[in-house]
Design a protein around this ligand. Structure first.
Ligand code: GDP
Ligand code: IMO
Ligand code: MG
Length: 425
């Protein structure tokens, strides 16, 4: 039996979906524990490519039960579309394969509109660059104790009363700031359709994960986003609104920390970020363009170009510490195949002082200048390698060096987007 948590250790999009899909070969339950449909997890199987937003990445395995845990915020309409799209593509999804926690808070149309309005009203240096999926306002309602939960989807009369009251409340705010109000009747009709579709999937998933754990089943927790988008540890306020780090797996599913055996940290061989906020190793030159082009670095959810830069050992080491990473899954090594030299950031220069621990003040992270050491490239394709021995010497040295710098061992290496382009280190 093994209970593992898989998290992104950078700014999201590390390749979590791909690694989850590979690991679920031997897993009974895959559970999301935070975030919402701001996530975009790509899984490529043969010639088929899927991008999952709310449905856990274990859905492609017949024997795996997928759980959307209580820490996730769920947009009923988005989940309905995602399930229907996957079903149309021949993926088996039924309430026997997918469960949604009765305690999940719902993302409703007023959250999306509020997310959009807040972003539009932030001055240029203060925009977060959210995915506009309503994530922040939905988590804010949860904390304000005004949220509507998935358990309420089954009772349409109760849901309608609560939804109309909340929409009217938000409409009064929108009216006050000159934003067009939502059409309550039309929004209710849409929600009703989605509620009827989703209600059969809603269960007490705290019981599901605890029973699975006590029966000795293998469970994998699927993190969304990444360490530096965590609401507590990330580059606040340029973060998302949930705990993306490994501790979130327990609060977000109702499983005690005593069960967790293993933490897998997914880490790109370089760094990307989508949305605003500090990014010390960001490249603004043709090297950055090259990483974006070769790595196909465009957002899986919003299609925005991702900001690209070299590997940052300062932030990643701190991240491995907070997450308690037992093993790294290093992805996209193949993207570095063509570079003559590969700089690795080993420290920051902060106003003339050398710093090796990630500062907590976002202003300091913004002004930090990376101090690089340079590693020789390998100038050969790695995408057909299926073991460490089949990698060029310099690629192996690169993996060893970044593993040494972040103080975590390499468990898995990924050299392409496909399921089979992966091996154990
Ligand atoms: P996630 O949000 O962490 O699941 O990552 P995304 O799916 O948003 O972005 C990762 C992208 O990289 C996707 O397009 C994947 O298909 C792709 N990918 C994952 N692993 C590798 C790899 O090892 N090499 C290459 N070239 N692409 C990869
Ligand atoms: P996955 O799971 C990368 C970013 C947004 C924005 C910030 C806040 O695919 O790795 P939000 O909509 O959450 O309020 O936006 O967080 N962001 C992500 N960046 N990958 C993600 O998910 C992200 N989810 C949110 O771009 O900067
Ligand atoms: Mg993604």
């Amino acid at each position: 039996m093994s209970i593992s948590v898989l998290v992104g250790v950078q700014w999201g999009d590390e390749g979590k979906g791909k690694i989850i899909d590979v690991l679920t070969r031997d897993v009974d339950v895959v559970a999301r524990f935070q975030g919402g449909n701001n996530a975009g997890h790509t899984v490529e199987i043969g010639d088929e490519k899927y991008v999952l937003h709310l449905v856990p990445s274990g859905i492609f395995r017949d024997e795996t039960l997928c759980v959307i845990g209580n820490g996730v915020v769920v947009a009923p309409d988005a989940l309905k579309s995602e399930i229907s799209d996957l079903q149309e593509r021949g993926i088996d999804i039924s309430p026997a394969k997918l469960e949604v926690s009765s305690r999940c808070h719902l993302i409703l149309p007023y959250h999306r509109l509020m997310d959009e309005v807040r972003e539009a009203r932030r001055s240029s240096g203060n925009k977060i660059g959210t995915t506009k999926r309503g994530i922040g306002p939905a988590y804010a309602d949860k904390a304000s104790r005004t949220g509507i939960r998935a358990v309420e989807l089954a009772d349409l009369a109760r849901l309608e009363e609560r939804f109309r009251a909340q929409t009217e409340y938000y409409n009064s705010i929108f009216a006050g700031i000159g934003v067009e109000q939502l059409d309550v009747d039309a929004e209710w009709e849409a929600l009703k359709t989605a509620a009827e579709f989703i209600a059969p999937y809603v269960k007490d998933t705290v019981l599901t994960v605890n029973r699975a754990a006590s029966q000795g089943k293998n469970i994998l927790f699927e993190g969304a986003q990444g360490m530096w988008l965590d609401v507590d540890y990330g580059t606040y306020p340029f973060v998302t609104s949930s705990n993306t780090t490994s501790g979130g797996a327990c609060t977000g599913t109702g499983l005690s920390p005593k069960y967790i055996d293993n933490v897998v940290g997914v880490m790109k061989a370089y760094t990307t970020r989508v949305g605003a906020g500090p990014f010390p190793t960001e490249l603004f030159d043709e090297m950055g363009e090259e990483l974006r082009r070769v790595g196909g670095e465009f957002g899986a959810t919003t299609g925005r170009p991702r900001r690209c830069g070299w590997f940052d050992a300062v932030s990643s080491r701190y991240s491995c510490m907070v997450n308690g990473v037992d093993e790294l899954a290093i992805t996209k090594l193949d993207v570095l195949d063509g570079f003559d030299e590969i700089p690795v950031c080993v420290a920051y220069d902060l106003d003339g002082k050398k710093v090796t621990d990630m500062p907590s003040d976002t202003r300091d992270i913004t002004s930090a200048k990376p101090i690089y050491e340079s590693m020789p490239g390998w100038k050969a394709s790695t995408s057909d390698a299926r073991s460490l021995d089949e990698l060029p010497d310099n690629a192996r040295r690169y993996l060893d060096r970044i593993s040494e710098l972040v103080e975590a061992k390499v468990g898995i290496v990924s050299v392409g987007p496909n399921r089979d382009q992966t091996f154990q280190a």
